[in-house]
Design a protein around this ligand. Structure first.
Ligand code: PGA
Length: 312
């Protein structure tokens, strides 16, 4: 629990707000914020402090942890059903978190039937942005939704790398998903060469800004971002919690510039890249890491359940 702006040694009046936030007010006998060592704020002073009791995140913001599996090209429909049957009792009623599985398109329907009533969200790993048409091999947002999808992964680095997915496509897919009521999980991330040449932030900013072109805070409401450094995907090389937090904080800053701070504070940013049961807790303890997008470790019910239950 964090009390931002709290001063040691000063008594505090603490009360629980109806929104589940714990508020504390401290009053110091000083002439100015600077004298009290309190950062001056644009709104009011003395400023209240809050600790979020029900969810993680910054002051006055609730970002329920979102733990999503990305199965890639693994599992048939019946295999998806067997996974979900084994997974359900391991995660119980999912209180205080959301669990999601991005399954192959051919398994969406059966997976969604097996997950009905459990709170586990089933999603697609890709869509095409047009409503319908001569696009052999593609599925639309409406088709994914009708099959039972509640979310869709967009702009995964494997799609960017192997299928030529561009920021412009990502942007159009985001709009198509949002228009259909699917939660868009938009992936961004730098390659090893980009990290080593010091261009990580530049790459992240241009990918995220490209994805958000023409997106209003209203459209962005259900949006989830996944930071997935390409060098950490499937390699066993996880970004350290500090490296990931640095990138997440940067991305939240880009969101704030593009959509305003209110949206930026509400949008969940997941970390992806070799998330495992033994590193999930440390990653998710960081202030701006609001969940995980998990590949390899989401293929087994027990390892994905341990990640979903990261704080238990
Ligand atoms: P990984 O994959 O967990 O196997 O590294 C993550 C992803 O590609 O989303």
């Amino acid at each position: 629990m964090r009390a931002q702006g709290a001063r040691k040694g000063l008594p505090a009046i603490v009360f629980l707000g109806r929104n589940g936030l714990l508020y504390a007010i401290q009053v110091a006998r000083v002439q100015s914020p600077a004298q009290a060592g309190i950062p001056d704020g644009p709104f009011f002073w003395p400023r209240p402090m809050s600790c979020n009791l029900l969810a993680r995140g910054r002051d006055n913001v609730s970002r329920t942890p979102f733990l999503a599996g990305n199965w890639k090209m693994y599992k048939t429909g019946p295999e998806a059903v067997a996974f979900i049957e084994a997974f359900k009792p391991l995660v119980g009623n999912l209180s205080g978190r959301e669990a999601a599985l991005g399954v192959p398109a051919t398994a969406i329907f059966q997976a969604a039937q097996a997950a009905a009533g459990t709170g586990i969200l089933i999603g697609a790993q890709n869509i095409w942005y047009e409503k319908e048409g001569a696009y052999t091999g593609e599925i639309s947002a409406a088709m994914a939704k009708a099959a039972g999808a509640g979310f869709v992964i967009i702009g995964h680095s494997e799609r960017r790398q192997y299928y030529g997915e561009t920021d412009e496509w990502v942007n159009k897919k985001l709009k198509a998903a949002a228009a259909e009521g699917l939660v868009p999980v938009v992936c961004v991330g730098e390659s090893l060469a980009e990290r080593e040449s010091g261009s990580t932030f530049k790459v992240l900013e241009s990918q995220l800004r490209g994805a958000l072109d023409g997106i209003t805070p209203e459209i962005a409401k259900p949006l989830v971002i996944a930071y997935e450094p390409v060098w950490a995907i499937g390699t066993g090389k996880t970004a350290t919690a500090a490296q990931a937090q640095e990138a997440h904080a940067f991305l939240r800053g880009v969101l704030a510039k593009a959509l305003g701070t209110q949206s930026a504070d509400a949008i969940r940013i997941l970390y992806g890249g070799s998330v495992k049961p033994d590193n999930a807790k440390a990653l998710l303890s960081e202030a701006d890491i609001d969940g995980a997008l998990v590949g390899g470790a989401a293929l087994k019910p027990d390892s994905f359940a341990q990640i979903v239950n990261f704080d238990k």
